[in-house]
Design a protein around this ligand. Structure first.
Ligand code: FAD
Length: 522
């Protein structure tokens, strides 16, 4: 072969221009790597999903007539990292050209750029190209986002709507408004629970992969599942998208922030995904393109009878056209420093129950158990349950990051990091969001039915049975008063805090300190 092309595990884009022409002189390589399986402790289902999807992608390319080399952990075990493997393959196949698609992770982008400049690559021509996945190309992303700047989602999102002419009516947003967020904050009442669809689950046999992971001593977390419920090829991913169009989108926006403990999580057949699409793995592995997802949902909206509510569709489009591209911009503008920022100087250890779910706080038990069970939790569970707890308890953001990067089916650093360190832990001092997403038990009560079945009492703050989130919330706001009080959005909070008597404030802070001292037993 004269040319070797590398496909990374999250570059499974079947429509990439690479594959338009068949060329017997080009060898495609896709490889299960120890370095990728162990740069963080992954959920076992996440590893299975990536490895299975890579296998399927290799099969598809091979059937289409491309020269394909799929390497398993067994084949790559002798190589300590990706450059070593590539050096070996280039030599073995006498290739004089090496090509790859721009990695989305800083770590891999650096590693491959360094490799291409290394002495042993002097005689090899190298070329890097776009993944052809996102709305914004890499070059455009760099023009749009600047390091350290506090970009705001809403302005970016509106520009994206206009630029790509999505849900637009000429120059104006379809329906006359850009944002229907205010309509999207409903709780699921008992009657609404009946609306929640059963999730579409696949049953992909991953027993061989599981055996391989074990054989190579790869350390993992989460529940092993011989039959994987996540989509592993474009066809399954499209089925999931279609299922979402028929069963999820109708109520997506309305119940986007809602949480319930009444439907799961111990039985995976239950409705833990609520009205969410669960497309993040299919998107992040690039089996589905964001354009295809958005176009399909909008087409469904335009053709469906009776007509669906625009607010639901807009809420969904904003997540993908807005948040997903925005988060990526923040990542690339601010790496590598972003990966270690700790603006609130948080240092506490993550409690061990994050790996077992064994806590008496119902909301946390639910979100963590579900995450261990199916490698998934929806956005508000990640942000306002696990994330909020870590924020209030002052957990070291390195540990919070590792947990999120490992546990979720969709966790890849470019999207995990700004969401975790930035949006959820406020460790970037407000680059992603203008205000810390901190909440007391009251928020959980408002958006879920967890509190009624909890060991702790959400209406209390100073007793040993009080909801720990209450004391921790006030302690957090109190400790950060100098930094947070000037933000007008915090004005009300400090007004309430300052209205309490000195004794009340002391009692709340003392109870919070007691909880923190015994954080392992919460
Ligand atoms: P839906 O609710 O159906 O939304 C549709 C799609 O919109 C998602 O698939 C996703 O592609 C996109 N989206 C929605 N919100 C965001 C967001 N904030 N940032 C980027 N894309 C978004 N998402 C990841 O893909 N990988 C991660 O590692 C990840 N880590 C997160 C960590 C924390 C602390 C938080 C608060 C959020 C994180 N998110 C992450 C964002 C979001 O929670 C997930 O994308 C979403 O829960 C995936 O489920 P879904 O496909 O059912 O999403």
């Amino acid at each position: 072969y004269s040319r070797l092309r590398l496909i990374l595990g999250d570059q499974l884009n079947p429509s990439h221009s690479w594959y338009r022409q068949k060329d017997d002189n080009t060898l495609y390589v896709i490889a299960e790597l120890h370095q990728e399986a162990s740069y963080v402790c992954h959920h076992v289902q996440k590893l299975c999903a990536f490895f299975a999807a890579m296998e399927q992608f290799a099969d598809t390319l091979r059937s289409a007539g491309h020269q394909m080399l799929h390497l398993s952990l067994d084949d790559t075990a002798a190589f300590s990292n990706l450059p070593e493997l590539l050096t070996h393959l280039l030599e073995k196949h006498l290739a004089t050209q090496f090509q790859y698609q721009l990695p989305d992770e800083y770590r891999l982008r650096e590693q491959l750029a360094e490799f291409c400049q290394s002495a042993e690559m002097k005689a090899v021509g190298t070329m890097v190209c776009d993944t052809e996945h996102f709305y914004l190309s890499d070059a455009e992303l760099h023009r749009t986002f600047s390091r350290g700047k506090r970009h705001r989602l809403e302005a970016f999102y509106r520009k994206m709507r206009v630029r790509f002419h999505i849900l637009m009516d000429g120059e104006e947003p379809e329906g006359g408004r850009w944002n229907y967020d205010a309509q999207n904050r409903n709780k699921l009442k008992a009657d609404d629970l009946k609306l929640v669809p059963e999730p579409l689950l696949f049953a992909n046999d991953v027993r061989d992969i599981l055996a391989r992971i074990k054989r190579h001593g790869i350390h993992t977390i989460g529940k092993e599942a011989p039959h994987l419920i996540w989509p592993i090829n474009t066809q399954q991913a499209s089925e999931l998208l279609d299922y979402f169009c028929h069963h999820g989108i109708e109520h997506f926006g309305r119940f986007q922030d809602a949480m319930t403990g009444k439907l799961g999580p111990t039985d995976i057949k239950k409705q833990w995904g609520l009205f969410h699409s669960r497309l993040s793995f299919a998107l992040n592995s690039k089996m589905l393109s964001p354009q295809h997802v958005i176009n399909t949902v909008i087409e469904h909206y335009h053709t469906r009878q009776p007509r669906m509510d625009l607010a639901q569709v807009e809420g969904f489009v904003r997540q993908i056209l807005g948040w997903r591209e925005f988060i990526r911009g923040i990542y690339w503008a601010n790496m590598p420093e972003y990966g270690s920022c700790n603006g609130l100087a948080a240092t506490r250890r993550l409690p061990s129950w994050f790996w077992t779910g064994e806590t008496r706080m119902h909301c946390l038990r639910q979100a963590i158990t579900q995450s261990l069970e199916v490698a998934y939790a929806h956005h508000i569970q990640r942000l306002m349950i696990t994330g909020n707890f870590c924020l209030l308890a002052g957990i070291d953001p390195d540990q919070v990051d590792s947990w999120y990067l490992g546990i979720y089916i969709d966790a890849i650093q470019w999207v995990e990091l700004p969401n975790t360190r930035g949006m959820s832990q406020f460790a970037d001092n407000g680059i992603v969001g203008s205000k810390a997403y901190a909440a007391s038990g009251n928020y959980v009560k408002k958006m879920s039915d967890y509190c009624s079945d909890c060991h702790y009492r959400v209406a209390e703050a100073t007793t040993p049975d009080a909801c720990p989130l209450n004391g921790l919330y006030w302690r957090f706001m109190h400790d950060n008063q100098v930094a947070f009080a000037p933000n007008p959005r915090n004005k009300m909070v400090y007004a309430v805090w300052n209205k309490k008597s000195e004794d009340q404030r002391q009692a709340i802070l003392e109870q919070a300190t007691t909880f923190l001292a015994d954080i392992e037993r919460l």
